[in-house]
Design a protein around this ligand. Structure first.
Ligand SMILES: [Zn+2]
Length: 193
């Protein structure tokens, strides 16, 4: 049951191009424990051995097997009421994270579902598992945040919900990028309407 939720969301993220072969990670909270994807697992084809259970506050023998972003997932569960976290690398959102400090959707779906999305980590070194407290604090007020030049962290009560926020952000960012390229593509001497 839990494995099939991870498989469905992982496969969908991969086929939509929101993660590449070995990037991204997923987790759910189970009381004081969490279930998270294994370090270097491939979200597009998760198997039973790719799902690791460990403590939110305590390490155990499974901890070293968990995703390199474990510290961020733990901090999010420590600071928010989320029960699921999705970390992905949506390409248009990553592109905008390199030029914006906040991503504001201009499509109605994006604006109503995710609202303004802060871009965290400007002028900071971004390493796997880094910025955990900053990301967790921001997710108290936002359903999804971007890390500068890296990727998104989304929360929900279900993996599906966090996945939906991630897909919505990427769609909104595609619209922003398309609009920017349309505006930039207009020749200077084109007749004005
Ligand atoms: Zn990442």
């Amino acid at each position: 049951m839990i494995l099939s939720q991870f498989q469905t969301v992982g496969h969908d993220l991969f086929t939509k191009g929101l993660v590449s072969s070995h990037s991204g990670n997923l987790s759910i909270r189970l009381g004081e424990r969490l279930i998270i994807t294994r370090r270097t697992s491939r979200l597009g084809c998760l198997g039973e051995s790719d799902i690791i259970e460990t403590g939110i506050n305590k390490n155990d023998r499974n901890t070293p097997l968990a995703s390199t972003e474990l510290a961020v997932h733990r901090a999010i569960y420590g600071e928010t009421t989320a029960s699921a976290v999705v970390h992905a690398h949506p390409p248009h959102a990553v592109a905008l994270s390199l030029t914006e400090t906040e991503i504001v959707p201009i499509d109605t779906e994006g604006l109503s579902l995710i609202g303004k999305v802060p871009v965290l980590g400007w002028n900071m070194e971004v390493k796997p598992g880094g910025l955990a407290d900053i990301i967790a604090q921001a997710l108290k007020k936002h359903r999804i945040v971007m890390v500068h030049g890296h990727g998104s962290f989304a929360t929900g009560q279900l993996l599906e919900e966090a996945h939906n926020c991630t897909a919505t952000l990427e769609e909104s960012c595609q619209v922003i990028c398309l609009l920017k390229s349309l505006r930039e593509g207009v020749p200077k001497n084109a007749p004005k309407k």
